[in-house]
Design a protein around this ligand. Structure first.
Ligand code: GAL
Length: 698
């Protein structure tokens, strides 16, 4: 079985636009999905550790996660280190057959450090410096004293554990970001100025890029640069610098661990909340970490859940799915570092997950191909900020919680069914429909800074297309503009609201289509150049050739007076953004505006030069159905009858011969498995929070 898995992973590498698969085979050779728990020895009396750790193993988990906030315990005084307790925790894990996932404690500088050197703490946009108050991610990454201390504690940890066979892998920090969003400390401002000097060379170039002639912003030298700022270009640069600074910190820590190790352990970090932590860009650590992992709390009750009567209990399955595919896109594979085993403590309200929901989330992770699933957390804390956060165990520390039972049930089921994975199995539809989604953190930041319509939300625009792809059962790979756009690996490509484009990028998209790729590109794309300036040309003119038509103007409507777009005999409401296009001679007009003073004008263009095609979608529909129907037409044209037409929030995944379906809606669903399916779990009827697993019939 083991060699079969290796073979499968190598085969999988053939289509990957990212590589990284050789490492995947090296790091995760024995099992498809590993299971683990967060455990904080420092929170519990030492005499309970053995009991707890034994229980972790008995419940079917195979690794245990330690240490990411324990700096004060590991270095109780400046330069005095105490690893005895961690040694004991590592030894206990090994005694019970558990691998250890070690973390670096950089998010939580200890009191002695913050007191002696308040300058190690970040400053918020109001100029207020943090103080030591029991929080985390408070450090100023740019501060040399903070950096020196991080380097020292990570070095000490690495010296001790980077060659320790009991330690399986490393997590650098925790959910990387700066608690204040950006750091406005003197250290960060000084570093930002250096960053600008490297980027622009001269202050004249800086003034030009920032459009500093506007409102007499013109600077005489780099020393005059200060943030916060009112200028959008300065802020975009500062956010980009911040993203790079976060990545630099992760990379520096990873390099220390790597230097002390023997290459056997893997190194990752757990990215999170893409919609909230806007300065974080997981792709920036592609070369310094082995892969990106991710975290997900599904019942936080914000966006991207079904909105039906069970949404608050079943959670934001779409965000989970996107989070997984984005993290996996960094190096070709991922694992989920934190998955809630029950109620959380920090949502707008914190509903009990529906019985079965936790099990479904674990199965969903398995279906998506996660190499590990680690639950946050093993024991519910009795004190501190997260008192009401459920664990696998209840507050007595010995009884399994409601969600914990669901979790360990899924672990047992998956551990049993793992052997049915067939690494050489492939599915033609999955391969032929694989889709690249062009994503850029800078684009997001730029649009969000000036959305131009109060209802514009860039992430939700991306989700409009993403959700349509998931309803068709399509796998998505997030790509950046520096990646290869290769129709052999990703025959389809979606470019949602990619506002800043260079001419090179437009050229790459043209090549992709010329090589046979099918491109779907949406409104706002190409409005600006890659500096964030409008083109000195007609509106979006650099993409006119690509889309085969001329963009005339765009319109916004109030939400209570939506317009309509006609497509395929149906009518779709829109109000946030509608672009009016004039089709060229080689293009079909697929959709038109049905009202407003431009009634009858085109909203959607489609052309198929050679083997590839381009579809330009000028309007964003209010219910996302236009985009779904349009995707179906484009994919159906190329692939014929599409196997899945899923309701939103029902997911079907293919993993090495197994199909996994999960249901985040309040309706009973008929699983679209072909005839002769061999049911391994559940069946054709898929209830809310249900899981069905099957192998395709002959
Ligand atoms: C995560 C965080 C964990 C813990 C958890 C509680 O965002 O990484 O450390 O705070 O939330 O749900």
């Amino acid at each position: 079985m083991r060699s079969a898995i290796l073979l499968g992973l190598l085969l999988a590498a053939v289509w990957s636009p990212r590589g990284g698969f050789a490492d995947e085979a090296r790091f995760f050779p024995e099992k498809g999905t590993h299971f683990g728990v967060y455990y904080y020895p420092e929170h519990w009396p030492e005499e309970q550790w053995e009991r707890d750790i034994r229980r972790v193993a008995e419940l079917g988990f195979d690794f245990i996660h330690y240490g990411e906030f324990a700096w004060a315990r590991l270095e109780p005084e400046d330069g005095k280190f105490d690893f005895a307790w961690m040694d004991k925790a590592v030894a206990l894990a090994a005694d019970h057959g558990l691998k250890v996932l070690m973390s670096t404690p950089s998010p939580c500088p200890p009191a002695w450090l913050a007191t002696a050197h308040p300058e190690i703490l970040a400053v918020d946009r109001n100029g207020v410096r943090g103080h030591h108050r029991g929080s985390r991610l408070t450090g100023s990454l740019a501060n040399p004293v903070y950096r020196k201390h991080v380097e020292r504690i990570v070095t000490k940890l690495a010296e001790r554990y980077a060659r320790d066979e009991r330690v399986w892998g490393w997590q650098i920090g925790n959910e990387p970001h700066i608690q204040t969003g950006e750091d406005y400390s003197p250290s960060a401002q000084a570093e930002f100025r250096e960053w600008l000097k490297r980027k622009y060379g001269t202050v004249e170039a800086l003034n030009e890029a920032w459009g500093a002639a506007f409102w007499s912003y013109t600077l005489d030298n780099f020393e005059q640069v200060q943030v916060p700022t009112s200028n959008p270009h300065t802020y975009l640069d500062f956010q980009t610098y911040t993203s790079e600074e976060i990545a630099r910190d992760l990379g520096d820590q990873a390099a220390i661990v790597r230097r002390h190790g023997d290459g056997r352990q893997w190194i990752t970090t757990n990215y999170a909340y893409y919609q909230g932590l806007e300065n974080v860009n997981p792709f920036l650590t592609r070369d310094t970490l082995d892969f990106a992992s991710h975290t997900m709390y599904l019942t936080h009750n914000r966006k991207n859940s079904s909105g039906d009567s069970l949404a608050h209990r079943l959670g934001c399955g779409m965000e989970y799915s996107l989070g997984e595919e984005l993290a996996a896109s960094v190096s070709g594979y991922t694992g989920i570092m934190e998955l809630q085993p029950g109620q959380i403590n920090w949502g707008r309200f914190n509903a009990m997950p529906m019985p079965g929901a936790v099990r479904m989330w674990v199965w969903h992770a398995f279906g998506m191909g996660e190499r590990f699933v680690c639950t946050y957390r093993f024991r519910q804390p009795l004190f501190g900020m997260e008192q009401f956060h459920h664990g696998i165990m209840q507050t007595d520390g010995v009884s399994v919680s409601h969600g914990g039972k669901d979790f360990v049930r899924a672990v047992a089921e998956i551990n049993r069914l793992e052997e049915k994975l067939d690494p050489s199995a492939e599915n033609e539809f999955v391969n032929r429909s694989r889709t690249a989604l062009l994503w850029s953190n800078r684009n997001l930041l730029d649009i969000e800074r000036y959305p131009h319509h109060q209802d514009w939300d860039t992430w939700q625009h991306i989700y409009t297309y993403y959700q349509g792809l998931k309803r068709m059962g399509v796998n998505v790979v997030f790509v950046g503009d520096g990646d290869d756009f290769d129709p052999a690996g990703t025959p389809f490509m979606v470019v949602p609201a990619y506002q800043m484009m260079s001419r090179e990028l437009v050229g790459k998209l043209e090549d992709y289509v010329a090589k046979g790729g099918h491109l779907i590109i949406s409104t706002r794309s190409g409005l600006k150049d890659d500096k964030g300036h409008l083109w000195e040309a007609k509106i979006q003119q650099p993409i006119w050739n690509l889309i085969g038509g001329e963009i005339e103007y765009y319109d916004h409507l109030p939400a209570n007076r939506p317009g309509k777009v006609a497509f395929g005999g149906k009518s779709y409401p829109w109000h946030t953004w509608g672009t009016v296009v004039k089709p060229g001679s080689t293009v079909e007009s697929w959709g038109t505006y049905e009202d407003q003073f431009y009634e009858g004008a085109s909203a959607i263009l489609h052309r198929d030069p050679g083997k590839g095609s381009v579809t330009y979608v000028g309007a964003w529909s209010d219910d996302w159905e236009l985009e779904y129907d349009l995707l179906r037409r484009v994919y159906g044209k190329e692939l014929g009858k599409l196997p899945f037409d899923l309701p939103p929030y029902v997911f079907v995944h293919y993993r090495q011969g197994l199909w996994v379906a999960v249901n985040y809606t309040d309706q009973m669903i008929d699983v679209p498995a072909g005839g002769g399916a061999e049911w391994l779990l559940g069946g054709r009827e898929l209830p809310p929070a249900g899981v069905s697993v099957w192998r395709a019939g002959p």
